[in-house]
Design a binder for this molecule. Structure first.
Ligand SMILES: [Cu+2]
Length: 172
């Protein structure tokens, strides 16, 4: 008997390595399959934009009299991650557009709101959005908002990730 030539030896190794790699890749995919099995219909829609990993509490929109064209919205956003989340836009089907705003006191002591390009939820921290502080402003309201109804909001981060929030209309 002759010893295996290098070529035969490498073929033999390849035959062993390839099935092992195939088994590893199957094992790697296995954990994600059960998680998706219950959400087959939702998966294609959510794959286009990544969801922002923020916790949301107390999302609300301030009720305004009929005929009012704008109102403010607030909530507490918690960021459990290690990188800040920079919000650069928001939108709502109930408003023509939504502004990111901050409240500042000027040199004369007058308090006023102004639009800002971004609002940041710090890493491992929170951003409180509320009237009189940083907040969202629903502009050009498309319809009267009923007390207690839920208004859909979408927060958009600089990197394109989004978060859908349902805010309850409440008294000031
Ligand atoms: Cu405002």
């Amino acid at each position: 008997m002759s010893r295996p030539t290098p070529l035969l030896l490498s073929l033999a190794l390849a035959a062993v390595v390839i099935p092992a790699a195939a088994i590893r890749s199957q094992a790697g995919q296995a954990p994600s399959s059960p998680a998706h099995s219950g959400h087959t219909a939702a998966a294609p829609a959510s794959s286009s934009t990544q969801r922002l990993p923020l916790g949301v509490q107390g999302a609300s929109v301030i009720a305004v009299p009929p005929g009012a064209t704008e109102t403010s919205a607030g909530m507490t956003l918690r960021n459990p991650g290690k990188t800040p989340v920079v919000l650069t836009a928001a939108r709502s089907s109930a408003a023509g557009h939504v502004m990111l705003m901050t409240t500042r006191r000027d040199a004369q002591g007058r308090v006023g709101m102004s639009g800002v390009k971004s609002l940041t939820v710090p890493a491992g921290g929170q951003l409180v959005l509320k009237p009189g502080g940083d907040h969202l402003m629903l502009m050009d309201l498309k319809r009267p908002l009923r007390l207690g109804e839920r208004v859909p909001l979408v927060l958009v981060a600089r990197d394109g990730r989004t978060l859908s929030v349902s805010a309850t209309v409440r008294l000031p």
